[in-house]
Design a protein around this ligand. Structure first.
Ligand code: PLP
Length: 382
């Protein structure tokens, strides 16, 4: 069997056609035909008030932090088990990430921890949808509403997922999507800011256009185009948007295939749990389905992970792991706090292994990988 990479960009068929068409239009900067088509597509799918395409989810998170006027003295509660961008967006504004522990079955923020981390300085809760599974947003929102906190969703991993039947990314004022190459639907590098609270729409357009009122100017609402607020350059080019549109048009297919892979992995490893002490992610439920973004297992202990990864690599299967818990990372110690510690995060992050999961895998590949994992686990015991 040929080497199995950890990830491979999906190709759905119309990417070249759309990129060529974008080139032929002789206007490649942002907010052209394809950017508008993508924004409209995502906006319709989600039923959002507005969607702004960005060059990354990182950029969308930075916009969200600007939009809620985060600044020195403010605290934002977020999981320690996430990508650096979640915390950077907050720290860049001079505000403090307050790291919470996760629930081991979902690796999502432990909702019981949020209340314990609340202080007079808490301004927002930044919820991450690990592996595409949306946490109990009704509970988060009720808690936030009672205390006047803003909720932001880092929905980087959850495009195509749902919570209680409605699309991921629609259960808070602001949410951010990633279209990075490692995500289910890709533009190479890309992202979007989803605005569900209309009061943020106008200012978001200004932030995204380098702090200018260019959009109002183009719409004839002002006769001058000038610097009116903070901002940066958050627009992707039309080439990126063209590629992305082709992917988005097939996002249901991508999700179905990846979710099928996830379920096959889970069944396969379930049968191994009788022989080996590996832990699996929680089963999906009707209210909180998965989108097949990540499939991970937790090994019996952290000591055996390097050997397991090496055993898999020797079998031509590229597995990986993440994240270094942010509360213990050098910048996390400098810019954030974890007043209650994050013992579950520390334990799980040290034992977690991610299996290859991408659109082009076949069910046979999954069965092969599971059988090789069984043999690798067997070798570790000897
Ligand atoms: C991928 C990811 C990001 C960053 O996305 P980019 O589009 O690469 O900026 C942020 N948060 C989480 C949870 C992610 O998985």
């Amino acid at each position: 069997m040929a080497e199995i990479p950890f990830n491979r960009s999906p190709l759905l068929g119309r990417e070249k056609e759309y990129v060529e068409d974008a080139i032929g239009r002789r206007r490649l900067s942002g907010d052209g035909f394809y950017t508008n088509a993508v924004s409209e597509h995502v906006k319709q799918r989600l039923g959002a008030a507005e969607v702004y395409l960005t060059h990354s989810c990182t950029a969308a998170l930075e916009m969200a932090a600007l939009l809620i006027d985060l600044g020195p003295g403010d605290e934002v509660i977020m999981p320690s088990f996430t990508f650096t961008s979640t915390a950077n967006a907050v720290a860049l504004r001079g505000a403090k990430p307050v790291f919470a522990d996760v629930s081991i079955g979902s690796m999502n923020i432990d909702l019981d921890e949020i209340e314990a981390l609340l202080t007079a300085a808490t301004k927002a809760i930044l919820v991450v949808h690990y592996a595409g599974r949306v946490p109990d947003m009704d509970r988060v929102n009720e808690f936030a509403r009672e205390r006047g906190l803003v909720v932001i969703e880092d929905a980087a991993q959850s495009y195509g997922s749902f919570y209680k039947g409605s699309p991921s990314g629609t259960h808070s004022a602001l949410s951010t999507i990633s279209f990075h190459d490692t995500k289910n639907v890709t533009a190479g590098e890309g992202g979007a800011l989803v605005i569900n609270d209309p009061r943020f729409i106008e200012r978001a357009a200004v932030l995204r256009e380098k702090g200018t009122n260019r959009q109002q100017f183009l719409q004839g609402q002002t006769d001058k185009y000038t610097w009116v607020d903070l901002g940066s350059s958050y627009l992707p080019s039309e080439l990126t948007a063209a590629f992305l549109l082709a992917q988005l048009e097939c996002s249901d297919t991508i999700t179905d295939v990846r979710r099928g892979h996830w379920k096959r992995y889970r069944e396969g490893f379930e049968s191994l749990t009788k022989r080996f002490s590996v832990s699996l992610p929680d089963q999906e439920t009707a209210d909180q389905p998965v989108n097949g973004h990540i499939f991970h297992i937790l090994l019996p202990d952290s000591g055996c992970r390097p050997a397991f990864l090496a055993e898999m690599k020797a079998r031509g299967i590229n597995c990986t792991f993440h994240y270094v818990p942010l509360h213990s990372a050098p910048a996390g110690l400098r810019f954030g706090v974890a007043p209650r510690g994050c013992p579950v995060t520390e334990d799980a992050a040290a034992r977690l292994v991610r299996l290859p999961l991408f659109y082009d895998l076949t069910p046979e590949d999954i069965d092969y990988i599971v059988s090789q994992a069984a043999s690798a686990l067997g070798n570790l015991e000897n």
